[in-house]
Design a protein around this ligand. Structure first.
Ligand code: C2E
Ligand code: MG
Ligand code: MG
Ligand code: MG
Length: 286
């Protein structure tokens, strides 16, 4: 009987695996159409200057509404796009969309800097620098309008090649941030050699900051280390006023998280910025 149960367990396991596999196959197949059928959108999450409280930028985050499977999280479909070779198409779409959106906001009197996420395959794509230049040029924008977020693990897949390419992008005037910092394996020596200007501390260290003495030590020393290397520090996953206050006290430069705002549809950003600016002015004039 145990054997039968074990076999049944095994079967369930296989069925679970098959289901997952089927979902992945479906998603990979449908990624092809996601761009052309307008199933992808971008949402934008505000980032604040920790010292002044002012809006300093937005991070563009991709969303996929699959026609039958519904909302697919980017952590799921970006990885699939990387493995199946669709990522270049998605990144090209995203960069064009972000630059077009910055241009729209400019015309509405709201000039912003946008952070965009790049995957490992993008970082080593030799066409990327030219594509970025073309996107910016099309909307008459300077390189300072984009910040590139690259995870430690993406850089470490091919550190030599990635560093060379990031160096070229930095020389072209783009700001580069190491995303999800603290979750990868890069050593301090490697970090010093990388052509980056910002460290973005992973949200896993920020989410329980007020309760966890360990996390506080990690965050405190990352900020110190980063500043000593001349890097600006961004914290993502700021969900509570206590975490925000602590990060401000520790000298963190930029804050992002649900406490400040969830990611918003593009058409809500200008209103959000206006209200935010008004609430800051109110605080300053009692
Ligand atoms: P990421 O770049 O580290 O983005 C931050 C993630 O944290 C986003 O998840 C954001 O919605 C979420 N977040 C922000 N504030 C909070 C908070 O206070 N609490 C919590 N719990 N979460 C918060 P999202 O949008 O699901 O994106 C997940 C990841 O997918 C991103 O992580 C990024 O690695 C990837 N991604 C998203 N858009 C793109 C894209 O256009 N291209 C590429 N290559 N990757 C993307
Ligand atoms: Mg990011
Ligand atoms: Mg991150
Ligand atoms: Mg992440």
């Amino acid at each position: 009987d145990m054997a039968r149960r074990a076999r049944r367990g095994h079967q369930c396991y296989l069925e679970g695996q098959d289901e997952l596999h089927l979902r992945q196959l479906t998603l990979v197949r449908d990624l092809q159409e996601a761009v052309t059928q307008d199933q992808l959108t971008l949402v934008y999450q505000p980032q604040l200057d920790a010292r002044t409280g002012r809006l300093s930028g937005v991070e563009a985050l991709m969303r996929w509404h699959h026609p039958s499977l519904g909302f697919i999280p980017p952590d799921e479909f970006i990885a699939l796009a990387e493995h199946s070779g669709h990522i270049h198409r998605l990144t090209r779409w995203m960069l064009n969309k972000v630059c077009a959106q910055l241009h729209v906001w400019d015309r509405q009197g709201c000039s912003l800097v946008a952070a965009v996420n790049l995957s490992a395959k993008d970082v080593t794509d030799i066409d990327l620098p030219a594509r970025l230049r073309a996107c910016l040029a099309e909307y008459g924008m300077g390189p300072e309008r984009l910040r590139l977020e690259v995870t430690e693990s993406a850089i470490m897949q091919d550190p030599e090649h990635a560093s060379r390419q990031l160096e070229e992008l930095r020389r072209a005037g783009l700001r580069i941030a190491v995303d999800d910092f603290g979750t990868g394996y890069s050593s301090l020596a490697q970090l010093k050699r990388l052509p980056v200007q910002e460290l973005k501390i992973d949200k896993s260290f920020i989410l329980k900051l007020e309760e966890s003495a360990d996390d506080e030590i990690i965050v405190r020393s990352t900020i110190e280390l980063g500043h000593n290397l001349g890097l600006a520090i961004v914290a993502e996953g700021v969900e509570t006023t206590a975490a925000r206050a602590l990060l401000e006290r520790l000298g963190c430069d930029t804050l992002q998280g649900y406490l400040i705002s969830r990611p918003l549809a593009a058409e809500h950003i200008v209103d959000w910025a206006t209200h935010h600016q008004a609430s800051l002015s109110e605080e300053q004039t009692p």
